[in-house]
Design a protein around this ligand. Structure first.
Ligand code: SAM
Length: 291
């Protein structure tokens, strides 16, 4: 029986056999620690009833651990050079389906419908390419896919921003965008030494448990998210200054002030002090005039 793909020795053998050279531009930092990989899979509460979706299987290190626990694994890999390698490394796992696809271009609803089935217990598990972490996560969340959870290894600093609570230095529009769709928590921090090649930054495993319903109801979601981004335009500025700029209301500062008052929010506060509930009230109040 073969050793796990992710041992340093076997990874080296696989890479050398295929003459594979890493592409930094594709965020290729492969994991060489089976313990960490198992912990990632465990954080997804994967059982034989679970269909796992992986983004960026690389040479199959995480894919293999997912395959040992899951009913099926569907893996999307952008780099054509990895397909013959994956065919070989994952040959013991017939319930793994590797698709050559850029996840950002993928029609994920159709892929789930055609390849997996919408009614399955479904999780995304991945060691994400760091150069596109945020767009990938926002795509997975905003498209409202039928997922139970998303478990991803990402840059530690980004994980902290996503899971941050109001009033902390890391709290911002990304925290709210993600926490609107999911409960976020960091489950593990990971040193650089478990990757080849080693990245410049530390990493963390983030778990997003998808909510059935958002924690706040707003009149218009797109307006809500735009207002939040506007409120964090310049972190050191007050809500008033940021919103005046956001709504291009220099001549009309008093109206921005009175809408804040109507929402019961002091316009001298900074965006980072507002809870999601407060942003929801603010958004609905401003929507009446600026929506
Ligand atoms: N899962 C492997 C592991 O843990 O060792 C590799 C993880 S590596 C950080 C990221 C992987 O994502 C690479 O295999 C890379 O080619 C792939 N990738 C990069 N951009 C992608 C995209 N837009 N869509 C799909 N895969 C992508």
């Amino acid at each position: 029986m073969n050793k796990d793909i992710a041992t340093p020795k076997r990874t080296k053998e696989i890479l050398e056999k295929h003459g594979f050279s890493f592409k930094k531009s594709l965020g290729q930092n492969f994991l060489i620690d089976t313990n960490i990989l198992r912990k990632i899979a465990d954080a997804g509460d994967i059982t034989k009833e679970t269909s796992a979706i992986e983004i960026g299987p690389g040479i199959g290190a995480l894919t293999e651990q997912l395959a040992k626990q899951a009913k099926s694994v569907t893996a999307l890999e952008i780099d054509q050079r990895l397909l013959p390698i994956l065919k070989e490394t994952l040959s013991p796992y017939p319930h793994v389906n590797v698709i050559h696809q850029d996840v950002l271009e993928a029609d994920l609803h159709s892929l789930i419908r055609d390849e997996i089935g919408e009614k399955e217990d479904m999780v995304v598990c991945a060691n994400l390419p760091y150069y596109v972490t945020t767009p990938i996560l926002l795509k997975l969340l905003e498209e409202k896919l039928p997922l139970r959870a998303i478990v991803v290894m990402i840059q530690k600093e980004v994980a902290e921003r996503i899971a941050a609570k109001p009033g902390t230095k890391d709290y911002g529009s990304l925290s709210i965008a993600c926490q609107y769709y999911a409960e976020a928590e960091t489950v593990l921090t990971v040193p650089k030494t478990v990757f080849v090649p080693q990245p410049n930054v530390d990493s963390a495993v983030l778990r997003l448990r998808i909510r059935q319903e958002p924690p706040v109801k707003v009149k218009d979601e797109a307006f809500f998210f735009r207002l939040i981004r506007g409120s964090f335009r310049q972190r050191r500025k007050t809500l008033l200054n940021n919103l005046v700029q956001h709504f291009d209301a220099k001549e009309n500062k008093a109206s921005v002030e009175s809408l804040c008052a109507e929402a019961g929010i002091d316009p001298k506060r900074r965006g980072e002090t507002l809870s999601m509930e407060e942003f929801a009230v603010l958004s609905d109040t401003f929507f009446a005039k600026y929506g």
